[in-house]
Structures are given as C-alpha cells and as structure tokens.
Ligand binder design. Sequence first.
Ligand code: SAH
Ligand code: SF4
Ligand code: F3S
Length: 440
Amino acid sequence: MKYFIVTYGCQMNVHESEKIAGMLVDIGYDAASSYEEADVIVFNTCCIRDTAEKRAYGNIGALKSMKKADPDKTIVVVGCMTQQKGGAEALKKKFPFVDIILGTNSLDKLPVLLQEKRAKSRIAVNEDPTVDLSTELPIYRTSGTNAWINIMYGCNNFCTYCIVPYVRGRERSRAIADVIADVKQVLSEGYKEITLLGQNVDSYGNDLKDGTNFAGLLKEIAALDGKFRLRFMTSHPKDFNKEVVDVIAASSNICHNIHLPIQSGSNEILRRMNRKYTVEQYLEIIDYIKAKMPDVGITSDIMIGFPGETEEDFLLTCDLVKKVRFSNAFTFVYSPRKGTPAATMEQIPADVKKSRITRLVKLQNDITKELSDLYLGNVYEILIEDVNPKYPGTVCGRTDSGRLVTIDGDPSLIGSFVNVKITKSRSASLFGEISQGEKK
Ligand code: SAH
Ligand code: SF4
Ligand code: F3S
C-alpha cells in the first residue's frame, strides 16, 4: 500500500506531514511518487490567504474523476482549512468524494480510520484546541539534513488579519525535557541542522509557569555536544528580546539568521493590526541585533493592503524596508479571512493593492541583490543540504546567515560542512566553489 501527501502552508504543516507519513509507514505503507500510484492521498491544507485555499480546492477537485474511476483510493483532507468554523462541513459538501477529514488535533485517528476500512465520509475535527493528540506521533522525516522540532503549538496574539489563532488554538509549550530529548535524538541520528518550530517561539514557556523561557531553551540546546546548526521560527517583535539576541550572538551553533516579521512600517496600521509594537521599538531591536552580529541575515514578512492603509502608510513601510535592509522578505497582499476582525473593515481596492505590492517587491528585490553582492569574493561555511535540481551536477546549502549557495558537486556532499568561495550572485542566491581559504 502506498501514500502520497500534498502539503500547503507553513513549516508547521511540512512537519505535520512528516508525522502523517510516520503513522502511515508504521502501519506498513510506502511513499508513492504520484497520485496514480497511491492508495491513500492526503491533502494537508492551509487557510492563511485566499490563494492557499484556492490552490487546495483546485487540486482536491481535480481528483474527482480519478476517485470515480478507482473508488478504492482513499482521499483524506487534513490541516488548517478543516479547523475553520464550519470548514470540515464545507469541504464535505464541496467534495463529497473525500473519505476522511481530520483536524490538526485529530491526526492520530488516521491509522484507525484507514485500517478499520470504515473510512467512508468520516469527519473527525477536534474543536478543542487545547488537546494535542498529535504531539507524540511517530515522525518520518523527509527534510534531508534538517530536522523540524515543535516547541509549541498555537498562538495567543490575535493579529486582526490572521486566522491562525482560530484554527490552531491557544499557545501550548512542550516541556523542555521533551524538546531536549527530541534534539538529542535527531543529533544522534546524524541531523546537522535543527529548526525549532512555533507560531511565536519567543513566548515559549510562558504557559509552563516554571521559569522556562526561549532564551533558556536556546542556551541549553546550543550547549549540546557536536557540530550542528540551530534555527528557529517564527519570532514576534513584541516578545523578541535582547536576552535572546545575546544568547544567539554568544553561541557558534545558533545561526545568525533572524526572521522577524514587521508587517507594516506605519504605527497606525500596526496598532490596528494588534501587533503590540511600534516601528521605533522594532528598529531598536534591529539595531541591537546588528550591533551584536554584524554578519546577521534579517528576514521579514511584510503585508500591504491592510484595510485603511493609505498611500502615506505604504510609503512608511517602504521607508522602513530601506532603513532595515532585510536580507530577504516575504511580501503579501492582505487577504480577508472570514471570522477575523479585519475582514469586516473597509477594504482597499484591488488595483491599489496591485500597485503597492509591485513597488514593494521591486524595492526589496533591489536590496536583496545589493546585499547578495556583498558576499562576492568571500569564503563562507555552507551546510550542503540537497542537490539543486535547477542545475544538474550541483548541490546547494545555506550560509549561516541564510543565503542559498549552489556549487558544483555530487550528492555525497549532502550533510557535510564545506567552505565555499562566492563567485557569482544572482538576486537571493549565490554561486561558488569549494575553497581552502579562511572563512569570513
Ligand atoms: N506566526 C507567524 C507567521 C504567521 S503566517 C508570525 O506571526 O509571524 C505568516 C505570514 O503570513 C504573516 O507574517 C503575515 O505576513 C502573513 N499573513 C497572515 N495572515 C494574512 C492575511 N490574512 N493576508 C495576507 N497575509 C497574511
Ligand atoms: Fe497570526 Fe499574529 Fe499569531 Fe502570527 S502572531 S500566527 S500573524 S495571530
Ligand atoms: Fe497555513 Fe495553518 Fe500554517 S493556516 S500558514 S498551515 S498554521
């Protein structure tokens, strides 16, 4: 029996797909390489923006005829779309041929439903977001040299545009001993990079009420034996603090690569987004990071078109982008999410949004390219993570600061640290050759 998993959305979902695969491998399934080959097809969905939902809808809908021709194929839909209010029922109505719908807290039910073969039209969405049945599932890791490790689930922040707190529930931190045990386990398995996952990692431990905090967790992991890279995401500027920066700066294992979503450069928009920080506070922490780690790569999420965003607000966002000079940024057009406060506010016309996103993308691309050029001629340590399928005969990995670097080489290099001299830059990616020279 074979399975095929299609994953949308963030790293949380990527990792949850590894847990789904883990459960399926446990009961004797193998990975398939196409829909056709698979006995079970799982869609792990995302609802952060309308485009994410549309993509999932399109791809699930496209399986209708395949399911008709081969009714024994089991089609499963899981993930954040199923956790929206009425989401599971809406999916069932739109796609009656789907066999199983599971919420993010009910993934553990999948093997039973499959094995009992009473899977027809099952919906098991656990509306109670405080139960983490999925926490201790087997994991079939598919991400090469990197191991994802959840440190917490959910989000308490209720940014007014965001659906995540509604579909993922409140913040729950995993016990520090469990996290450390996972880290030791993956290091003993040979993983060279660990990425700690949470919607807001900086508030890790707040709910444990035992004095545990994110800085303490980082310090404890960084002190473990062996050469490895530690990354984490995502940080929230209201909680990211100097103590965490100091821990990162003092450790050779924690990457100097910080993702700190700003969203907007206008204090008025930030206030209405309920982000709980000002541009000035954001810049203060950025200055501190840069002073402590001049080689840092800072990335961000930036959104345009939030309800009420004026041209002036937008230009303030552009000013901030110029000031910080992000090494790279994810840029988004605001997408109204049903049930969130911002969805009921007066919306910005589509043509205005289009003009703003075009200008923002151009501005950031220019900065990204300028910052890439600064790497030219220097030597950096790269962890080779994979082949680069775009260029046959090459492999790629990242600098400590997060820049993607491609070099000539064969897959035997995957998992090793090599020093690379940068010879060419192209927007956000770099090219180079293995070097014996001193690294920067
Ligand atoms: N917890 C993380 C990531 C949340 S989702 C954080 O707070 O940073 C990732 C990004 O998607 C957000 O940072 C935001 O920029 C974007 N996003 C969230 N909701 C959105 C919406 N309704 N429309 C457009 N972009 C959105
Ligand atoms: Fe969404 Fe805000 Fe929570 Fe991030 S911090 S997941 S943007 S509500
Ligand atoms: Fe999407 Fe859910 Fe992640 S909505 S961004 S998959 S937490």
